[in-house]
Design a protein around this ligand. Structure first.
Ligand SMILES: Nc1ncnc2c1ncn2[C@@H]1O[C@H](COP(=O)(O)OP(=O)(O)OP(=O)(O)O)[C@@H](O)[C@H]1O
Ligand SMILES: [Mg+2]
Length: 220
């Protein structure tokens, strides 16, 4: 079967600096792929490019056989791509539950489908249940990361992008986060998860495949 996500010689330039240089990788369904690299290597830029927030300068990205260039950023969640940014970015005026529902409501998913998705998300990340009524502004950094994971799972039926999720998580939360990723793969065997980290030891044995990003290029 074809890969779910195929990058072919993908480059990105920000402020005249080549930040991603000729990246070619194939991500298969049902795998967790880690991209590890130092600060400034281009990990966040790679995920933002996949979401359509950073323009591509050359190369091609195909998702499930379709050229992603045809799909504007605001429609990528409706392809089943979920994203948990490094800095979480929750809506402070929304409750946690509203934050979780947000990517599904904006893409026009039917209410019963959203309710089912929420139930599955709570089964995968049970720590979210007691936080549902809480304001998005009233969370600790670690709780915010769990909510950002939940939101990415709500949208990301096929591909979930997680930017340095373990960075700064207390050991107990890191263990809960890892357990959630395990349940996620069990409940969605076709899902592809792309996770970045600068400290690869934080990932323990979670990834099936580890790619190394150095100064914008994949080296291993
Ligand atoms: N908006 C921007 N303007 C200018 N340069 C940028 C911008 N965004 C990223 N860069 C540059 O692109 C390079 C890659 O940045 P990126 O944030 O993708 O790295 P990263 O691997 O995610 O780093 P970190 O581990 O610190 O999160 C860096 O040299 C950074 O300075
Ligand atoms: Mg980053």
């Amino acid at each position: 079967m074809d890969a779910l996500l195929e990058l072919d010689a993908v480059s990105a330039t920000i402020a005249n600096v080549a930040v991603l240089r000729g990246i070619s990788v194939r991500l298969q369904r049902g795998t967790t792929v880690a991209v590890v690299g130092r600060n400034g290597a281009g990990k966040t830029t790679l995920l933002r490019l996949l979401m359509g927030f950073v323009p591509r300068h050359g190369g091609r990205v195909r998702f499930d056989g379709r050229d992603l260039a045809e799909v504007p950023a605001r429609l990528r969640a409706s392809l089943g791509i979920g994203y948990a940014p490094e800095d979480r970015v929750l809506f402070p005026s929304f409750s946690v539950e509203e934050n979780l529902r947000f990517p599904c409501t904006t893409t026009g998913m039917a209410r019963p489908a959203i309710a089912a998705r929420l139930q599955q998300t709570l089964a995968i990340v049970p720590e979210l249940q007691p936080l549902l009524g809480r304001s998005g502004a009233a969370l600790s950094g670690g709780q915010g990361k769990m909510v950002a994971l939940g939101r990415a799972i709500m949208a990301g039926e096929r591909l979930v992008l997680l930017d340095e999720p373990f960075q700064g998580l207390a050991p107990v939360l890191a263990q809960q986060y890892g357990a959630s990723l395990q349940r996620l793969q069990q409940l969605r065997p076709e899902l592809c998860v792309l996770v970045t980290e600068s400290n690869r030891s934080l990932l323990k044995d979670i990834p099936d495949v580890t790619l190394v990003l150095e100064r914008g290029a994949i080296t291993a």
